[in-house]
Design a protein around this ligand. Structure first.
Ligand SMILES: Nc1ncnc2c1ncn2[C@@H]1O[C@H](COP(=O)(O)OP(=O)(O)OP(=O)(O)O)[C@@H](O)[C@H]1O
Length: 321
């Protein structure tokens, strides 16, 4: 790879000021060819705003970005590049009266459909039915088929597994891993740490509009600690929560839960020294990663819950590409 111009995604100081909210504050990152990049952040952190700017659907306040070499402010170049880009928006604005098949036919005519049948074996929306009858998961699957059916070089997805059942989520993870092996570059947003862990080579974390962390996923998880929930007596709870590495213990009737970022052996030894009724060890929710590493829930509490906003006058309304 020879410098930034050859990279599928180059984002430099991208800023979006909605007036009352700075949704993106000088966001910079690059995504390499064949890489799966997870764009992580809680609701309202600014992920959709970045993504919509990358697709030319929102105008940046300042900063630049290039997708497949095309400047996002150069309409002609971006339109050309989009032929080789797949896009799955967070809010799927399909025409409700059309069948899934009609939507795919239309998309195929515009961009090509070399992989449509293959995609429909993996993701199975009822394409002969009108979209108004679709569940959220069916719409998401139709969106995934559409995003990949023209065999794009770069795929940009906003919360691609929202609404999918666990089996389809796993199918998605496996598919993305295979795509990476084929050399497709994927960039997708998520607020689910476990999702990015399974498939991403690298992650960027948005907090209150700024990209605050870029590191490999193993390092992130290592630093994020474990979520621990223990059912035990008060004495045991007192001893366990006195361990180094216990963060934010919360009592409940039968015990305590906390994030543990200390030595796992020390935790196991302490647990073994007591009569423990039950214990669960798992991944921390992303909000706790933020609380732990950034000292506040900024970017979580400051967000407004991420409800869909009206489009700006410069937005195109529909998030089609
Ligand atoms: N059109 C708009 N006008 C004003 N503020 C907006 C607009 N769109 C988004 N915002 C604000 O910008 C911030 C970032 O929103 P954005 O939708 O980009 O976040 P997100 O990370 O994608 O959230 P979610 O995970 O909930 O989809 C939020 O505070 C949101 O309220």
């Amino acid at each position: 790879m020879s410098g930034d111009s050859a990279r599928p995604l180059v984002v430099e100081e991208l800023t979006k000021d909605y007036g009352s909210v700075v949704a993106n504050d000088a966001v910079s990152f690059t995504v390499n060819e064949g890489e799966v990049f997870g764009f992580l952040g809680p609701n309202g952190a600014g992920k959709s705003t970045t993504i919509r700017m990358l697709l030319g659907l929102l105008k940046p306040t300042s900063g630049t970005a290039k997708v497949l070499g095309a400047d996002i402010q150069d309409e002609a170049a971006l339109t050309d590049a989009k032929r080789r880009i797949g896009y799955l928006p967070a809010h799927l604005g399909f025409e409700e009266e059309l069948t899934g098949e009609t939507v795919l036919d239309y998309h195929g005519e515009m961009k090509g459909d070399t992989r449509r049948d293959e995609m429909l074996e993996l993701f199975t929306p009822p394409i002969d039915r009108p979209i108004r009858e679709y569940s959220t998961g069916n719409k998401r699957m139709l969106g995934l088929v559409q995003a990949f059916m023209h065999d794009p070089d770069l795929v940009i997805m906003d919360e691609p597994t929202a609404g999918l059942d666990p089996l389809k989520q796993e199918a998605f993870n496996e598919f993305i891993r295979d795509e990476r092996d084929r050399g497709t570059t994927a960039f997708f947003s998520s607020h689910v740490l476990s999702e990015v862990r399974r498939v991403c080579d690298r992650v960027g974390i948005l907090r209150a509009g700024a990209l605050v962390e870029l590191e490999n996923v193993d390092a992130l998880l290592h630093r994020s600690g474990k979520h621990v929930r223990v059912h035990a007596s008060d004495d045991a709870v007192t001893a366990i929560t006195a361990l180094d590495g216990v963060v934010g213990p919360e009592r409940f009737a039968e015990g305590v839960q906390f994030i543990y970022a200390g030595d796992v052996n020390a935790l196991l030894r302490e647990l073994a020294a007591h009569d423990i009724r039950d214990v669960e060890l798992g991944e921390p929710p992303i909000e706790d990663v933020f609380t732990h590493y950034y000292g506040s829930r900024a970017g979580v509490d400051e967000g407004d819950g991420g409800e869909q906003k009206g489009d700006e006058p410069d937005g195109t309304g529909e998030d089609d590409v």
